[in-house]
Design a protein around this ligand. Sequence first.
Ligand SMILES: C[S@@+](CC[C@H](N)C(=O)[O-])C[C@H]1O[C@@H](n2cnc3c(N)ncnc32)[C@H](O)[C@@H]1O
Length: 219
Amino acid sequence: MDDPIGSHPTRGEQLDILASIVADNAAPEDRILDFGCGTGYVAKLIFDKRSDLRFTGVDLKPESLEAAVENLAPHGDRFDGFAGNLESLDEIGIPDGPYRFAMTALTFHDLPDDAKQGVISFAADRLTPDGYFLLYDRLRLTEAGTFPLQRSIWARIEREFGRGMRTAEDFDQYEADIAPNNRPGRLSDYAKWFADAGLVMQILHLHGNVALIGGVKSG
Ligand SMILES: C[S@@+](CC[C@H](N)C(=O)[O-])C[C@H]1O[C@@H](n2cnc3c(N)ncnc32)[C@H](O)[C@@H]1O
């Protein structure tokens, strides 16, 4: 299965890191819940490393879930897809789990902030006591003063990988580009939302402003 978002220059390595984290730390038959699973690419990466796990995927688009079922056919009885809007989580009918891992990859920038917070809280409530929440997405840039430094990182990524990131000429243009399908969360908001959900968080991997964040139940 080809990566449906293959043009993203740093995604391949970071998703392999995410899949490796799950594969290395899951116990047999552990359940994984993926918010915004798309066509099942991340599930496939995980199943390729661990075929003994169980995966529940949620996505807005029924046609993506149908593609996921097809792409994950060798693991058919281990994948369940649920169609619905993450902005109305309680209407989707997601099984309560509990889940050893809840995760979301490159989906939060599509959600308004209250829905981002809702997913984190919903996930935390359905994790096993030793469960983890993994969040992979771009972080919102908040400082006009350091924007030229970030642009330098993007330029280097383009030179190194031969493919560019979504970028902007200056901070005003960056802010003007924020839209319903491009509203990455701020790190400071994530810190608050994780804490409110009873999770402590740690950045596990960072490439430019694209972060893999891990959360675990506090106390
Ligand atoms: C960029 S794709 C990432 C897909 C997958 N996580 C991956 O990494 O290959 C974002 C996914 O989030 C889903 N999505 C966006 N907004 C959503 C919402 N409000 N509710 C449920 N799914 C949503 C889209 O349908 C899409 O499949």
